[in-house]
Design a protein around this ligand. Structure first.
Ligand code: RFL
Ligand code: PHB
Length: 390
């Protein structure tokens, strides 16, 4: 089989790239190691920046998001048992964010791809990438026990943090920057009304908590937990009890609990790969960088990579220019490092760090008090949260 762009991974990065290329008349085949149902069962991001919603519109998959997504013009910061409103809209000259789950973004992209009859090969195993340093790269994979070969002009590595593309780059050609945090997030999804109409980010002496949502009847909550904890060992009751203790008195009163639909622990990491292009292979999204989820930046950074990568391929095929391809890595990394900085800073401000003791908490509370009192400091938070300009 032959295609112009072989996309590895059918997460949001790979599917969005496939859709944007299709709109431009460029051929792509997507290879995904899991089943479609499995990809949809992963509960992840919830907050989309306008850059991302604009791109989903451009890809022609924004209709359900606009109908069902929740536009948020602010969020609450909770510390010392008191909530403070961060008015994103007022602080950023009218910008807002969209609360719409990654699962739904993925579902919309999958449906558009299926409706256009575009090829996605699910349950493709033993994917390997070859000759991306030369002019004729190709991909080998197994489907139903048979080895297959996909020849292509370019390989797009949209295969996430544990993918095969980054792992196939010779060690001397890549630099990796990494910080692993000494805790994780335990997430719980439940069909209960959200505790508040906006998100609440909580710094408590018991650890960080986040109250998020998917709709007026579906809530998503997170608790900072030690890395040694297991999701199975947390009963729903224990989760709700711990969450209550990290909230303010009003939220504690109004929290509606119920059986969990999903519970899982995600480790927190900051990670960047430089460069993001290796000859005819490009990395995009979590394959190239990871942020801790506190700033809600992961999917949004992935979407920007995909925007730049689709533009690079469009320039290459339609305008016969390799300028976009040549600048891809540098263009992405400028934005990624700013997202990394913000995510690291917000994570550091909101979580309990085992080694920092009581003084760590006091310093965080002083910074939070400054943050909500100073318009300049609130503006820095708000303009990063809604997304920096491209
Ligand atoms: P994904 O979603 O990991 O998809 C990669 C796909 O590649 C497949 N794959 C392979 N396929 C073929 N062959 C191989 N060898 C393969 N190896 C892997 C995988 O099966 C998978 O389907 O990466 P992608 O597409 O780059 O998307 C990135 C986002 O998923 C991620 O950045 C966000 O979820 C991060 N994130 C958030 N981002 C936001 O912008 N806003 C948020 O509010 C937000 N909240 C979050 C988050 C991530 C979280 N977790 C679980 C880490 C909250 C959490 C808790
Ligand atoms: C989510 O709803 O899953 C979510 C929201 C905001 C974050 C992280 C995750 O910062």
């Amino acid at each position: 089989m032959r295609t112009q762009v072989a996309i590895i991974g059918a997460g949001p990065s790979g599917l969005l790239l496939g859709q944007l290329l299709h709109k431009a008349g460029i051929d792509a085949v997507i290879l995904e190691r899991q089943s479609g149902d499995y990809v949809l069962s992963r509960i992840r991001a919830g907050v989309l920046e306008q850059v991302t919603t604009d791109l989903l519109d451009e890809a022609g998959v924004g209709a359900r998001m606009h109908a069902e997504g929740l536009v948020h013009s602010g969020f609450d910061l909770l510390f010392q048992e008191t909530r403070h409103h961060i008015n994103l809209q007022a602080l950023t000259g009218g910008k807002q964010v969209m609360v719409y789950g990654q699962t739904e973004v993925t579902r919309d992209l999958m449906a558009a791809r299926a409706a256009a009859g575009l090829p996605t090969i699910y349950e493709a195993s033993k994917v390997t990438v070859h000759d991306f340093d030369g002019a004729q790269p190709y991909v080998l994979y197994e489907k139903d026990g048979q080895q297959q070969r996909l020849d292509c002009d370019f390989i797009a590595g949209c295969d996430g943090f544990h993918g095969v593309c980054r792992a196939s780059v010779p060690a001397g050609a890549i630099t990796e920057y990494e910080k692993v945090y000494p805790f994780g997030w335990l997430g719980l999804l439940a069909d209960t009304p959200p505790v508040h109409h906006e998100l609440i980010y909580a710094n408590s002496s018991r650890g960080f908590a986040l109250c998020s949502q998917r709709s007026a009847t579906r809530s998503r909550y997170y608790l900072q937990v030690p890395l040694t904890d297991k999701a199975e060992a947390w009963s729903d009751e224990a989760f709700w009890q711990e969450l209550r203790m990290r909230l303010d008195p009003e939220a504690r009163e109004t929290l509606v609990t119920g059986p969990s639909l999903e519970k899982s622990i995600a480790p927190l990491r900051s990670f960047v790969t430089e460069p993001m292009r290796f000859g005819r292979m490009f990395l995009a999204g979590d394959a190239a960088h990871i942020v801790p989820p506190t700033g809600a930046k992961g999917l949004n950074l992935a979407a920007t990579d995909v925007k730049y990568l689709s533009m690079a391929f469009i320039e290459y095929y339609l305008e016969r220019s390799s300028a976009g391809v040549d600048h891809y890595s540098q263009r992405c990394l400028q934005r990624i490092w700013k997202g990394e900085r913000f995510s690291w800073w917000f994570t550091s401000l909101m979580h309990r760090f085992p080694d920092e003791g009581a003084i760590g908490q006091k310093l965080q509370e002083a910074e939070l008090a400054y943050l909500v009192q100073s318009q300049a400091a609130s503006t820095v938070l708000a303009e990063n949260y809604v997304g920096l300009p491209l």
